[in-house]
Design a binder for this molecule. Structure first.
Ligand SMILES: *[C@@H]1O[C@H](CO)[C@@H](O)[C@H](O)[C@H]1NC(C)=O
Ligand SMILES: *[C@@H]1O[C@H](CO)[C@@H](O)[C@H](O)[C@H]1NC(C)=O
Length: 355
């Protein structure tokens, strides 16, 4: 925990000096990069010491500086976490069309992969990124980096939706916006009064191999911060409130445990544990415990869900994917193969964005 305002600049200075004094190696590189993250999270935290007041007051004043009249609209920050092309950019573009003042986009793309720039509303929306690896804490870092950038960037970002390049929207923007903000945003202040706005994140405790996942770094490695009884699992993709986004960005204690390497690749997946465990420990009532991102695990045993092909895309599939076993409807679905774009675009206006 960085408690003094002088500690962080000092640490950065120290890391610069070390770079010159010591021979450059991989671990120093990662040490330096970790400090950059720390500085980013620290900035986000400082800006948001009082997240409610800052969000509300900051939003109102920045808007009045722009000369836009009162009652600014809260926004959803869409956080794209990717290590390949954003193949569904045209579908998302249509999803966003006409809602300019109600969303922001942030993209974390693995810098070791050459992407085709998606352009349009995605243009210039890339955040400083680092390499991501499956089944490693780098996916947690990337999500936290996205959250921190989005929190700092716009005080009007009140919800933060993490999606991947394989996710597609299966409802209209208006449908999602009304569901999240409950149709009745009268002022930003009403959002700050907590309680009725929650995060949509899956939090499960009854998965069969949960103990193996808990013990992936050794049976006692998570103690004393996280006991097995506190350990949770859930989908990597979530929608967090601003309060929870700030909580995640500030967090240090659990991160120190979840960033430890696993002893083997299976069963690791730290990104499926860090967020559900943290939020279930800090604010279980503030979370839905279910995800709004539909995924099809039927018949999948290798850690990869069913990948929908173009032949499978149909109006019926979209209607089926929306349905949950409860009263809510899914917002997003994954995973779709890049070739599915063409049939998806054909049913976009008449099916996907009609609700
Ligand atoms: C889920 O995937 C299986 C194949 O793994 C497929 O047979 C089934 O139709 C899919 N279910 C839905 C709802 O798409
Ligand atoms: C609904 O519940 C059934 C039975 O538990 C399960 O097989 C199915 O996958 C569930 N569907 C969804 C959309 O979660």
């Amino acid at each position: 925990m960085v408690s003094s305002p002088f500690l962080l600049p000092f640490a950065l200075l120290l890391s610069f000096s070390l770079l010159f004094i010591l021979p450059f190696n991989q671990s120093q590189f990662s040490f330096f990069a970790d400090l950059q993250d720390l500085a980013l999270f620290h900035t986000a935290t400082l800006q948001l010491q009082n997240s409610h007041a800052a969000a509300t007051a900051g939003a109102v004043s920045s808007i009045s500086r722009l000369g836009i009249s009162s009652n600014p609209k809260p926004k959803i920050a869409f956080l794209f976490l990717t290590n390949s092309d954003l193949s569904f950019a045209p579908l998302w573009e249509r999803f966003f069309l006409g809602h300019e003042l109600r969303y922001n986009i942030y993209i974390h793309a693995d810098p070791t992969v050459q992407l085709t720039p998606p352009g349009g509303v995605f243009d210039g929306r890339f955040v400083p990124a680092r390499k991501t690896l499956r089944a490693s804490p780098t996916l947690i870092s990337a999500a936290r980096r996205l959250l921190a950038r989005a929190v700092i960037d716009d005080p009007l970002n009140l919800y933060f939706a993490l999606v991947s390049q394989h996710c597609i929207p299966i409802h209209s923007f208006d449908f999602m916006y009304s569901f999240l903000f409950k149709n009745s945003i009268t002022s930003l202040r009403s959002f700050s009064s907590k309680s009725s706005y929650k995060s949509y994140i899956e939090i499960l405790s009854d998965e069969p191999n949960l103990y193996e996942r808990y013990a992936a770094r050794g049976p006692t490695a998570m103690l004393p911060e996280v006991s097995f009884e506190q350990f949770r699992v859930g989908s990597q993709f979530f929608i967090l409130t601003r309060n929870h986004a700030v909580l995640v960005v500030k967090e240090r204690t659990l991160w120190k445990k979840f960033e430890l390497p696993c002893l083997g690749e299976e069963p690791c997946y730290p990104e499926e544990h860090y967020f559900p465990t943290l939020l279930s420990m800090e604010d279980p009532e503030g979370c839905s415990h279910y995800t709004l991102t539909r995924v099809n695990w039927t018949g999948c045993w290798d850690g990869h869900p069913h990948l929908y092909s173009p032949e499978e895309v149909s109006p019926d599939l979209i209607h089926m994917l929306r349905m949950s076993n409860s009263s809510y409807s899914y917002f997003f679905a994954r995973k779709f193969s890049p070739e599915s774009l063409t049939p998806l675009m054909q049913i976009a206006d008449d099916v996907i964005f009609r609700d």
